[in-house]
Write a new protein. Structure first.
Length: 222
C-alpha cells in the first residue's frame, strides 16, 4: 500500500470515527475560503487540502460547491441565532434584554469577521442563496420574534413607545454592529484606529446599545 492509499484510508477512518467533527471542520474551512475569495473564487481543491477529508468526500456530502456554500451560510446564521438563544432574554427586564441582545450582536460580529464578509458576498449575489434556504428564513424569523417579544413587553410596561416595527429594531442593531466590522479598514485609515482598540470597542458597544434603547424608549420629562 503506497502513501496515498494510506492517507485516503486514514481520512475514511477519521470520517467514520467522528463524522460530525469532520463535517464541522469542512464547514469552518469553507467559511474562511468563501469569505476570503467569494463563491466563484474559492477552490474546492484548496478547501479539501485544508480539511481532514478529501474533495471526493466533500462532494459526496455537500453535492457541489454551491451546496457547500449554502450550508456554510446556514451554519453561520445558525451560530448567531444559537448565541441569542443562550442569552435567556426572557429572564430579564425589557431594557436589560435589549441591551444584552445589542451587545451580544456587536461582539459576535466583531469577533466573526468571516461572517460579515460572507454576508457582503451574499449581497453581491443579490441574496440568491439566502432565498433558497428555508432554514435561514426560519432562523431569522425567530430573531424577529425574539425582538418582538422584548419590544411588546416594554410597551406593555410603559417603557417603550408604540408604533415601531420589530424588524426596524433589528435593522438598527444589525446596521450599527455590521458597519463596525465591514468598514473598519477604510474608517481606521481615514480617521485613525483608536475606536477599534479594546477600550474603544468596549465604549462603542455601550454607545450602540444606548442608541438602540433610546430609539425605542418613551420620552420622559426631565
Amino acid at each position: 500500500m503506497d502513501s496515498q492509499d494510506t492517507h485516503s484510508g486514514s481520512q475514511r477512518a477519521r470520517w467514520k470515527q467522528d463524522p460530525d467533527g469532520v463535517r464541522a471542520n469542512i464547514l469552518a474551512v469553507a467559511l474562511r475560503e468563501f469569505s476570503e475569495h467569494g463563491l466563484s473564487g474559492a477552490r474546492m481543491d484548496e478547501i479539501a487540502a485544508k480539511t481532514r477529508t478529501s474533495k471526493r468526500m466533500i462532494y459526496y456530502y455537500f453535492g457541489d460547491k454551491e451546496g457547500l456554500y449554502q450550508q456554510v451560510l446556514e451554519k453561520a446564521y445558525g451560530h448567531v441565532r444559537d448565541g441569542e438563544k443562550e442569552l435567556h432574554l426572557e429572564d430579564s427586564t425589557p431594557v436589560e434584554a435589549l441591551r444584552q441582545l445589542v451587545e451580544f450582536t456587536f461582539e459576535h460580529h466583531r469577533r466573526n469577521p468571516d461572517f460579515i464578509r460572507l454576508v457582503m458576498i451574499e449581497n453581491i449575489h443579490n441574496g440568491h442563496y439566502l432565498r433558497k434556504s428555508e432554514l435561514i428564513r426560519s432562523l431569522n424569523q425567530t430573531a424577529i420574534s425574539r425582538i418582538e417579544a422584548i419590544y411588546n413587553n416594554g410597551v406593555d410596561m410603559g417603557l417603550f413607545r408604540e408604533g415601531i416595527l420589530p424588524v426596524a429594531i433589528h435593522w438598527q442593531i444589525s446596521a450599527l454592529s455590521f458597519f463596525n466590522v465591514s468598514n473598519r479598514m477604510t474608517f481606521s485609515q481615514l480617521f485613525g484606529g483608536e475606536i477599534f482598540d479594546e477600550n474603544g470597542q468596549r465604549e462603542l458597544r455601550r454607545q450602540v446599545a444606548d442608541s438602540v434603547i433610546r430609539f425605542v424608549s418613551k420620552e420622559t420629562d426631565d
